[in-house]
Design a protein around this ligand. Structure first.
Ligand code: 2P0
Length: 320
C-alpha cells in the first residue's frame, strides 16, 4: 500500500490539442507553474482479492476507466497481475474551482508504480502520468515545468525548467463559477483541432512562445512572462471560439475579472490573466502586489479568491 501526493499546475504556455490521442502526444510544448495550495493524495494497493480495479474519490466510488488505463500500463511494466484499489482525496478549496486531473493522475502514477515495486525516474513517471491526462505529466515536478511535445512516447515528457525564476511569483485564483463545465477539456480540444480554422495559428504561435518564455523566466522578466502568459491563454480561447459549432468556456464574470486585471495594470500593478478550460481567472503577479489585487477584486468576488505560490514536486507520503 503506497500513498503519494501531487500538486496541481497552471499552464503559462498552454497545452491544447493532441496529435495522438491514444498516447496523448500534444501539438505544442507547454510551460506551467506547480501550485503549493492545491493537491491530491492517492493511495494504491494491489489486492489479489479484487476482480476489477476500483476508484474511491473523496469517499465516493467512481468510474474507473481513465484510472485503469494508467494502472494497466503499470501492471505491464511491473509484471503485476492483481487489480488495484485506488483511494483518492482532493485538497482543492471550493473557492478555487480548479480542475484536479493533473494532480490526480500524477499522484496515481507515483503511488501505483511504487506499490507495484517499480523504481521510476521522474521522466518515466511523467510519461506514464501523461497517458492518464496530458497536464498530469507536468505535475510530477515542482516549480516551473516544461512538457516537451516530443515526437513519440519516449520523447514527450515534462521536467523542471533549467533556470527557475527567482521572482516571488504568485497566482490569485478568482472563482467565477464552481459549476461543472459544459465541455470537458478532452472534448473541447478535439473539437478545436478538428474544426477551428484558427488552430494552426495557435499551434504556430504557442510553440514559438516557448523559447521566449524560458528566457523570460530565467531572467526574471516579469513583463514578458505576463505578456506571453496572457497571449497563450487568449490565443487558445480564440481558437476554441472559432470552432464549429462556436463555443466558449468564458462566462460574463470572466470578462469582468479580466477588465479588473487590465485596470490594475493601467495603475502600474503587474497583473496578468490566464484562463483554462473553464470560466475561472488566474492572475499572475508577484507577492508584494497580492494584497492590492485582492483588495481590488474583493467588491466583486468576495469569498471566491485564493492565493497560490510555486509548489513542490510529487512525493511518496507513506509505504507499507
Ligand atoms: C493546460 N488544459 O495546459 C491546458 C490549458 C486546459 C487548458 O491541460 O485530455 O485534462 O486529459 O490530456 O490535461 C486540461 O486538459 O486533458 C489542460 P487530457 P487535460 O493546462
Amino acid at each position: 500500500m503506497t500513498t503519494a501526493r501531487a500538486h496541481t499546475n497552471i499552464a503559462l504556455i498552454k497545452y491544447w490539442g493532441k496529435r495522438d490521442s491514444q498516447l496523448i502526444l500534444p501539438y505544442t510544448s507547454s510551460i506551467s507553474m506547480t501550485l503549493d495550495e492545491f493537491y491530491t493524495d492517492t493511495q494504491v494497493v494491489f489486492d489479489a482479492a479484487l476482480t476489477a480495479d476500483e476508484l474511491y474519490l473523496d469517499g465516493t466510488k467512481r468510474d474507473v476507466t481513465k484510472v485503469a488505463t494508467v494502472l494497466e500500463l503499470v501492471r505491464q511494466q511491473a509484471h503485476e497481475s492483481r487489480f488495484a484499489r485506488v483511494t483518492s482525496t482532493n485538497h482543492v478549496p471550493e473557492t478555487a474551482g480548479l480542475a484536479s486531473s493533473a494532480s490526480a493522475f500524477a499522484a496515481l502514477t507515483m503511488a501505483a508504480s511504487a506499490a507495484a515495486g517499480l523504481k521510476l525516474s521522474h521522466t518515466q513517471l511523467s510519461r506514464l502520468a501523461r497517458r492518464g491526462s496530458g497536464s498530469a505529466s507536468r505535475s510530477v515536478d515542482g516549480g516551473f515545468v516544461i512538457w516537451h511535445r516530443g515526437t513519440d512516447d519516449q520523447s514527450s515528457f515534462a521536467e523542471p525548467i533549467r533556470e527557475q525564476p527567482t521572482l516571488p511569483l504568485a497566482m490569485v485564483v478568482v472563482m467565477v463559477s464552481g459549476k461543472k463545465k459544459s465541455q470537458t477539456s478532452r472534448q473541447g480540444m478535439a473539437q478545436t483541432v478538428a474544426t477551428s480554422p484558427f488552430y494552426p495559428a495557435f499551434v504556430e504561435q504557442n510553440q514559438a512562445a516557448i523559447e521566449p518564455m524560458l528566457h523570460a523566466l530565467a531572467t526574471d522578466d516579469l513583463a514578458t512572462i505576463g505578456r506571453l502568459t496572457e497571449q497563450s491563454s487568449f490565443q487558445m480561447h480564440a481558437a476554441i471560439m472559432a470552432g464549429n459549432p462556436p463555443f466558449s468556456y468564458f462566462e460574463p464574470e470572466t470578462l469582468t475579472a479580466w477588465h479588473m486585471v487590465q485596470t490594475l495594470r493601467d495603475q502600474g500593478i503587474p497583473a496578468y490573466a490566464t484562463m483554462d478550460a473553464g470560466p475561472n481567472v488566474k492572475i499572475l503577479t508577484t507577492q508584494p502586489h497580492v494584497d492590492t489585487i485582492l483588495k481590488a477584486l474583493e467588491p466583486e468576488f468576495a469569498g471566491r479568491l485564493t492565493v497560490a505560490h510555486p509548489g513542490p514536486a510529487a512525493q511518496i507520503l507513506s509505504e507499507e
